[in-house]
Ligand binder design. Structure first.
Ligand code: EPZ
Length: 432
């Protein structure tokens, strides 16, 4: 445990804090989703490709976007945030090495490699650590770089990528990796010739990255399908762009209401990004109405058990797995969950068991036997989505639950406690 004088540890930037949640209240009302963390991070990195000024809107003010901005500044960018607008001036970028301690703060900083290589044909970074959900290697990223003629050398945990010219090429991804798809796109934008990525990831965040890059003057088609074509261009131009809504935050908020038997109108979302999640919520017994940029959910008194297999988009998202497991802990019946994307994404279930959940984990499968209620407890977040799962469990349990290590949750959710309190929850935050 950090000493009280050492709250910020540069290596892990731990803001030791807790949520105290008084559960048992039905959540009702109207709230809005924030901008997408997983669209903002690659788009922030991609702003390096333009030797000029980029304005971004709807970027959530969360730990991970703050770290990404810190890295951009470390590389020489001038970045300022004025409410929900971020202005990035990347004309002074003068170094191509991402410092280790910043790399370790956030695994998705590897996306900066593609941007640095794309513009400067040069990038040095350390192997991003895995985290509590799996090894998270970057072999597919490196294979894509090699396909495009990048020379890669490794020593003492650092990876050096350089080349004289980037020539467009065919790239086949062994697995539709989101990050590898994004990195390949960034390297190819200013290449000579055309690049075709096959077996590409189809997540909405890939489409958002394509839309942003094309607004800067790139020539990309096919994002959202298995095959993406990037025609190299000479240069990019200044632009402004509004980041898409966060579909995982939206799913989390809907599940938080569902676990309390409540009703919500959730604004500023893209319903079709949520289809696999909405289908499962309907299977659980929720009534769902979709509007152009809103979803209305009415939960039943008691949810029904469902089976879930996580898959690449448009399958059920792995990032919603923990949140749904939490929901199903008090559903009627037994649910079977299969996690097909990450090899170690059930760590949080030990904390749910401390609240009385009946969960058996065997490898990539979790079997959940619904119980009537969960009990209050003191629990610890182990990762971002596992932490959100504990909040939902606490909303369901009666009495006061303490969720510790909330810095994991603050990485990816903007004002989650305030949004839930606006629906009638009783959550207080303690930062030590
Ligand atoms: C992105 O991570 C998201 N992060 C993750 O969200 C999300 O869970 C994941 O995509 C899958 O949808 C961001 O967008 C910042 P992957 P990413 O490459 O790109 C293996 C959250 O909670 N793999 O699609 O790292 C990998 O180990 C986070 O917001 C390789 O083997 O995911 C994993 O098993 C968590 N080699 C699978 O592919 C590689 O080179 C999917 O990873 C790359 C990946």
């Amino acid at each position: 445990m950090q000493g009280k004088h050492n709250i910020y540890n540069i290596r892990r930037v731990r803001i030791c804090g807790s949520y105290i949640i008084t559960g048992g209240k039905k959540l009702e009302g109207e709230i809005s989703a924030s901008g997408s963390k997983n669209a903002s991070l690659p788009i922030l990195a991609a702003s390096i490709l333009n030797n000029g000024i980029t304005k971004l809107y709807n970027v959530p003010n969360i730990h991970d976007t703050k770290v990404m901005i810190e890295i951009l500044r470390n590389l020489g960018c001038k970045v300022k945030r004025v409410r929900d607008k971020i202005v990035i001036d990347s004309r002074e970028v003068k170094k191509y090495e991402i410092p280790e301690e910043l790399m370790r703060k956030m695994r998705s900083s590897v996306i900066l490699a593609g941007a640095l290589i794309g513009r400067f044909k040069n990038a040095t970074f350390c192997c991003p650590g895995g985290c509590d959900i799996g090894a998270r290697p970057i072999d597919l990223h490196l294979k894509a770089f090699e396909n495009l003629g990048i020379n890669i050398t490794k020593n003492t945990g650092y990876i050096h990528c350089t080349c004289d010219t980037i020539v467009g090429e065919k790239i086949h991804l062994d697995f539709p990796s989101v990050g590898a798809t994004q990195n390949a796109m960034l390297v190819a934008v200013l290449a000579k010739g055309t690049t075709i990525i096959s077996n590409a990831a189809m997540e909405p965040e890939i489409v958002d990255l394509q839309n942003f890059l094309n607004k800067m003057g790139a020539k990309i088609t096919g994002a959202g399908t298995k095959e993406i074509t990037i025609k190299g261009v000479e240069k990019l131009n200044n632009t402004g762009y509004k980041v898409m809504p966060d579909r995982i935050e939206a799913g989390t908020l809907l599940c938080a209401v569902a676990t309390t038997g409540g009703k919500v109108r959730l604004n500023k979302v893209v319903p079709e990004h949520l289809t696999p999640v909405l289908e499962k919520l309907k299977e659980c017994g929720c009534e769902i109405e979709e509007e152009k940029d809103a979803v209305i959910l009415q939960a039943p008194k008691k949810l029904k058990a469902v089976d879930i297999k996580t898959m690449p988009y448009p399958g059920f998202p792995t990032d919603m797995q923990a949140i749904f497991v939490s929901l199903l802990c008090t559903a009627k019946g037994t649910s079977i969950i299969t996690e097909n994307i990450f090899e170690n994404r059930y760590k949080y279930t030990n904390e749910l068991k401390r609240m009385g959940a009946k969960i058996m984990v065997e490898g990539r499968t979790a079997i959940i036997k619904g119980t009537r209620k969960l009990n209050k407890a003191v629990v610890e977040a182990t990762d971002l989505r596992g932490g959100a799962a504990l909040i939902l469990a606490a909303l369901n349990a009666s009495g006061k639950t303490e969720v510790n290590n909330i810095e994991y949750i603050l990485r990816g959710y903007e004002n989650l406690d305030q949004k839930l309190n606006a629906l009638g929850a009783k959550i207080t935050k303690e930062v030590r």
